[in-house]
Design a protein around this ligand. Structure first.
Ligand SMILES: C[C@H](O)[C@H](O)[C@H]1CNC2=NC(N)=NC(=O)C2=N1
Length: 99
């Protein structure tokens, strides 16, 4: 299946209000979340990995103790695409709703 192109700045600006826990611009969407423990954070990564494999779209992941930093970017498109928006929505459904 062809991968979607990168979003234009206007398309991205229109999409971001629906993802209030995510920041960033054309170089990637970013969310930081603190989990109760290191193990909880690792479990969150594993749950995200299941979604990423299903979508064949993978986040950049940086874990510092129990603080998880996620960056979503479509490497092949050279920016943020609809796949990143969908992955962000699915990650939000897995993680606690607070920062
Ligand atoms: C062959 C495979 O579909 C590609 O390498 C996929 C895998 N996951 C990916 N994930 C992300 N974030 N960007 C990509 O360009 C990408 N490419």
């Amino acid at each position: 299946m062809p991968r979607p192109p990168r979003l234009s700045p206007d398309e991205l600006a229109a999409a971001l209000p629906a993802l209030p826990l995510w920041s960033g611009g054309g170089d990637g969407l970013r969310r930081t979340v603190q989990l109760p423990s290191f193990r909880d954070a690792v479990a969150a990564i594993v749950a995200i990995a299941d979604v990423a494999e299903e979508m064949d779209h993978h986040p950049d992941v940086d874990l510092r103790w129990r603080t998880l930093h996620l960056t979503l970017v479509s490497h092949s498109a050279g920016g943020v695409s609809e796949l990143d928006l969908e992955l962000a929505r699915r990650i939000d459904a897995l993680l606690p709703a607070h920062p």
